[in-house]
Write a protein that binds this ligand. Sequence first.
Ligand SMILES: Cc1cc2nc3c(=O)[nH]c(=O)nc-3n(C[C@H](O)[C@H](O)[C@H](O)COP(=O)(O)OP(=O)(O)OC[C@H]3O[C@@H](n4cnc5c(N)ncnc54)[C@H](O)[C@@H]3O)c2cc1C
Length: 383
Amino acid sequence: MDYTLPEEIVEMKSATRDLVRNYLIPMESQVDKAGAVPEEAMNRLKELGYYGITIPEEYGGMGLNQLAYCSIMLELAQAHQAFTHELGVANGIGSRALMAFGNEKQKQQYLPRIASGEIVTAFALSEPQAGSDAANIQTSAVRTQGGWLLNGNKLFITNALNADLFTVIAVNDREKKGRGGMVAFLVERNTPGFQVAQILETMGSKPYVYGELVFEDCFVADETVLGQVGEGFRVAMHTLDEGRLHVAASACGVARRLLEMSVEWSKNRQAFGRPIADNQGIQWMLSDSATELYAAEQMLFNACWRHDRGERVSKEASMCKLFASEMVGRVADRAVQVHGGMGYMRELAVERMYRDVRVMRIYEGTSEIQRIIIARELLKGNI
Ligand SMILES: Cc1cc2nc3c(=O)[nH]c(=O)nc-3n(C[C@H](O)[C@H](O)[C@H](O)COP(=O)(O)OP(=O)(O)OC[C@H]3O[C@@H](n4cnc5c(N)ncnc54)[C@H](O)[C@@H]3O)c2cc1C
């Protein structure tokens, strides 16, 4: 195993660290107060190419592999998640299906604009009655002349309000469902019969935008079908597989910043006439967080490396997502504890990060669903 990064990636990682420390983090309180990300920051991230890290060079991206992307995300994710939200989807669930299943015309049409940040993407699988049980989605795709009519609702969709292009999974054969009865479509925002019905408030930071999509006799042409008719579920599962490594990378990035903040705070905060870091009770919390973070990062590097060698890492990606998302929850909890009363105050980023990391155990497959995927692989003999 060799996780050595090429020189140019090491340089990009270092430049990303500087950007995060010197530019994005100082802007965070402004983001929290305004409930919006300054356009200037988003433009800078676009100009620097961060929206197209995983998109192939021939389509205007950087074409980096998973190990390189996740290494960059370990840095980027240390900033307020509002900055990385759109670019995370652009490099992940918003473009994976198009990259893997799109035809040349579809790729030429959209990928360069996704890579430059000109258009924002979203992935629409979940529905009011089908989240974990994704094979049970109800949004229908019925054949009509020259295309399809979509009817149904999609819930909790990231970037719903501002996305220009949605990868939508619908059922065309209710008997077959996930076994050959679904279709994936590329649906543009202004398509008649498609609208964003409501924006959902969350326990996370304000700039996040999630919403419900409604399709009412929404006509989409045959050219919008991604891959083959019938393989929509496969498209969705492929998209989520790689997304799980990305969630794990974000979790590790956030955990690293929380750990650094906790170490710093414990050295400076005095109680009983000495730094709280002098107490073993505090030291153990720091040690446990550091140990778990190290384990999560090593799992991630290994899974990425194997993925980039062409191995199937479905089980490992689930393990990474499961472990890292639960790890960052524990690290955030300890960080609040180390910060004492101040850890509970809006004034410090710890409070926000504690709330924001909670969803990592839910989206792109809950912890329970990851365990089901892992167990299924084990029982098939993939031990
Ligand atoms: C902030 C946010 C952003 C999201 N973004 C997107 C997006 O962009 N696109 C998209 O398509 N979806 C998105 N989702 C949806 C997300 O993927 C689902 O919320 C998730 O898959 C869980 O589905 P559910 O909410 O319906 O929960 P349910 O499926 O109702 O599950 C409820 C609970 O039951 C557990 N459970 C269910 N089945 C089992 C089982 N067999 N064994 C044990 N436990 C089980 C679950 O783990 C969970 O704890 C997002 C969700 C959130 C919260």
